[in-house]
Design a protein around this ligand. Structure first.
Ligand SMILES: *Cc1c(COP(=O)(O)O)cnc(C)c1O
Length: 363
């Protein structure tokens, strides 16, 4: 954390942050002194695999003295990425099979997801879309997305479009505004969601120019991705406040990650911090079985245990749903502790967070 002030002086604006992002083994080693396992992982990523990239801002959140730092684990490649685990998939959510037009994925009756760019500010090692993200293509030209717009126009049942990527907030504001305006012009698309990790990875991007340019296009929801309380910095607070003050509901999707946030006290601090910022903890996601991420995944039972520890002890507005996005892209499934102890005709016995059992009688 000692380099923090220095970095801020060197890298003031969001474009400088992207230009100054660390993308090489040597750059990463100079910043945080890689362990031998990380060096091997980074060499592999640099050579062929899913690229490495970290903004100076996100690097500044890393505790260089702690090899188990939860920020580090999210972005620094590890030799274990070369290990395949049973059940690993290249495209865990079957997105290619569910593509209805180029870059448009439809898995639900009323919503669709548009992959608008392959670029992010940081490349999270557990990325569900690591097969395509960071390939270097950059934002999709609007005309190449035209078949997706035409498909949406022909499907009035689609009410909600998720603009994802890559990270749409890494695009130039004018390009993003043109894209969102094109979606807005489709009358039956009621809600547009902007899926972005920029509030976490590049919060200075959320400036008055961006917010001012988008706020005329409401209803726009922002789906973001804080995973650890250490990501709740002053810079992130300022970015999030700009969004919320401008009327964007901000929802958070946390991915449950082994050795990062897989305990109740870390998640309690995260979720409490988010609701103070007026951000709703929306989903706690079981990690998708992405190829080479077995070392970052928890067993399903871990998430259920954590939810059980939080239920009733944490404010309801701070409590996300635990979700498994089923392999193959068959849809998201909520899971959690079972509070029904016994069922009989007209009577259900429930277990409360206090540990007492109570009968509910049907009318
Ligand atoms: C996750 C996802 C959605 C959104 O799901 P919600 O439960 O509505 O947040 C929509 N489309 C695709 C393809 C998805 O992966």
């Amino acid at each position: 954390m000692t380099t923090r002030g220095q970095l801020r002086v060197l890298e003031p604006g969001w474009r400088d942050q992207l230009r100054g992002a660390v993308t090489t083994v040597e750059g990463l080693d100079a910043a945080i002194a890689l362990t031998p396992e990380e060096r091997r992982g980074a060499e592999r990523a640099e050579a062929a695999g899913f690229p490495l990239q970290v903004t100076p801002y996100y690097l500044s959140l890393i505790d260089g003295d702690d090899p188990a730092c939860p920020i580090r684990r999210q972005v620094v490649p590890h030799a274990d990425e070369a290990t395949e685990t049973a059940g690993d998939l290249v495209d865990p959510l079957g997105e290619e099979a569910h593509e209805v037009a180029p870059s448009l994925v439809r898995r639900y009756p009323d919503r669709a997801l548009l992959v608008s760019t392959d670029q992010c500010a940081i490349y999270c090692r557990f990325c569900t879309r690591s097969r395509v993200v960071g390939a270097g293509a950059g934002p999709a030209p609007l005309r190449s997305l035209e078949p997706a717009f035409v498909w949406l126009e022909a499907h009035p049942e689609i009410k909600d479009v998720i603009l994802s990527g890559g990270d749409p907030f890494t695009m130039a504001t004018s390009r993003l505004v043109r894209l969102v305006s094109r979606l807005r012009a489709i009358e039956h698309v009621e809600v547009i969601r902007l899926a972005t990790r920029v509030p976490v990875s590049l919060p200075m991007r959320i400036d008055d120019e961006l917010v001012g340019a988008l706020r005329g296009l409401h209803p726009l929801w922002v789906m973001t991705h804080f995973n650890h309380p250490r990501e709740l910095s002053d810079e992130a607070a300022a970015g999030v406040a700009r969004l919320v003050d401008a009327g964007f509901p901000v929802m958070n999707q946390t991915v449950l990650l082994r050795g990062v946030n897989d305990d109740a006290s870390t998640l309690t601090a995260l979720f409490r911090g988010l609701i103070r910022w007026r951000v709703k903890p929306y989903y706690l996601l079981q990690m998708d079985p992405v190829r080479g991420t077995g070392h970052l995944r928890t067993p399903l039972s871990r998430g259920v245990e954590i939810m059980e520890a939080l239920q009733g002890r944490l404010s309801g507005i701070a409590l996300p749903k635990l979700i498994v996005d089923t392999p193959g892209g068959m849809g998201k499934v909520p899971i959690g502790p079972d509070y029904v102890v016994d069922r009989a005709p007209g009577r259900t016995r429930l277990r409360t967070h206090r540990g007492v059992e109570v009968d509910y009688l049907d009318p």
